[in-house]
Design a protein around this ligand. Sequence first.
Ligand code: SF4
Length: 350
Amino acid sequence: MEKVERVVLASPRGFCAGVEMAIKSLAWMTRVFEPPVYCYHEIVHNQIVVERFKEMGVIFVDDLADVPEGAPLMLSAHGSPPQLVDAAQARAGTLVNAVCPLVRKVHHEVKMRARKGYSIVYVGHEGHQEAVGTAAVAPEAVHRIEHMEELEALPEAAGPVAFLAQTTLAMDEWKTLLDAAKKRWPELWVPGTSDLCFATTNRQTALKAIAARCDAVVVIGSHTSSNTRALERTARAAGCPTVLRVDSPDELPTDLAGTVGVIAGASAPEEVVQDVISHLGPSEGVEEVMAVDEDEYFPLPRELREVVRQLAALAAVAGVAPGGDPSTAGDKLPEDRELSASMALAGLAD
Ligand code: SF4
């Protein structure tokens, strides 16, 4: 019988700084507020994470009308349309906006370029929450595209043109579109720092570093996750003969053999990575390949920091930290940096 000989494990992988911040924020909310806590859209695009929070009583909604007036409400990491943020502010008792700072950066770029009279070519997936939220910053100026034909079909612009993007695209696909846009509009404005975030580019770089050696690549993450789907396409473009995307190990086929590469999208928990490796059971073990060092950290949203700071000032409430050890009740709450999203998720089961 064929069997898996070796797992080549790509690094960095899994939770990025933005996802870490969002998960810890929602975990805090479940500890700080009377249930139920509401979350507008999935906090991150991962079914396992969302189900864990549902078990804790978090109610995910796609319509603000489903949030009772005065309830605690979180907005997801993908960013929300400014109009929705305003409406949520008016409706929620406490609103925590867990938008990733790197998505917020693109919102700012859209706002500034639109104000200066630019037409904005924005590369983003149709219907994806991040793209919807970003385009809504200046809908009159943004032309969302995804494919080359859409770029070519854009009308001539009356004024200057800017080129912006969703943070989680496949690098090579984005670069092809960027090169074509530069040819069409030689004066094209492009941000000094790419809109593709470090987590997206690092995971794709890590995957490229291992893909050529692998008989198959397993990408861990949900089908709704843009950066996970970009990893799938990156592995295929690298010539990997078999590419599989799974949410959990029970979706793995039984006929994998030889060297199997493993990587996880930015919203996939490390515990699933370890479960997948156990399931594959490589006879010659696991080789981890670190392509890029990644140590970014994003603090909790400002509005939640203050709540947590007040809690931390009350030593008696130690142990309310998500992931905190109840046996240490009376100790200081851990610094946010010391608390990982995995700990927070595990702590939800307490
Ligand atoms: S994938 Fe990038 S943009 Fe999205 S949450 Fe993570 S760091 Fe932020």
